[in-house]
Write a protein of this length. Structure first.
Length: 171
């Protein structure tokens, strides 16, 4: 049996497409790890992933990273995977950008604080949805960015050079 090196994994945005697939993949590969998914279920269709998470033995918590209290789960966290960003740059275009800013900025700060307090490693995922609908229709690729911050980097004032970042494209 393989070991991930992490006993307790928290995945924010865990009922979304990326978060739920990561949770199930981690559970299958590292069954000895306890995985908790936290999601506010705002994005349409995310609730459809809940039975799959439950069937895989993954704990689900209905919560929102914008609310610091929702991240106080009374459990240790060794690894926090942050997948809960609002990916659409159009989300704040026609209406108020409050939800976009509060989720992508304040929510991320709340997750960083959990990782700092728990001395947990953190992986931050984001999408590079910078393409227009027209470009996507014509087969242009979409980029996903990630940043891995080991616990030594999360607790310091500046990112440690041991942090790893990267990008991949799908399309």
């Amino acid at each position: 049996m393989k070991s991930s090196g992490y006993s307790n994994i928290l995945i924010t945005g865990g009922a979304g497409f990326v978060g739920s697939n990561l949770a199930v993949a981690f559970q299958q590969r590292y069954p000895q790890s306890d995985i908790t998914c936290l999601d506010n279920l705002k994005r349409r269709g995310s609730e459809l992933n809940l039975p799959r998470l439950q069937a895989a033995g993954i704990r689900f918590v209905h919560g929102d990273i914008r609310n610091r209290e929702d991240l106080d789960l009374n459990q240790n966290v060794d690894l926090l995977i942050e997948c809960s960003a609002e990916p659409s740059v159009l989300a704040g275009f026609d209406n108020s950008p409050d939800y976009l800013i509060n989720t992508n900025l304040v929510g991320t700060v709340n997750c960083l604080e959990v990782a700092r307090r728990q001395k947990a490693d953190m992986i931050f995922l984001s999408t590079g949805r910078l393409l227009s609908r027209e470009n996507r229709r014509h087969g242009k690729k979409m980029s996903f960015y990630f940043l891995f911050m080991p616990r030594i980097a999360v607790g310091s004032n500046a990112l440690d050079r041991r942090s790893v970042s990267g990008a991949c494209q799908v399309g």
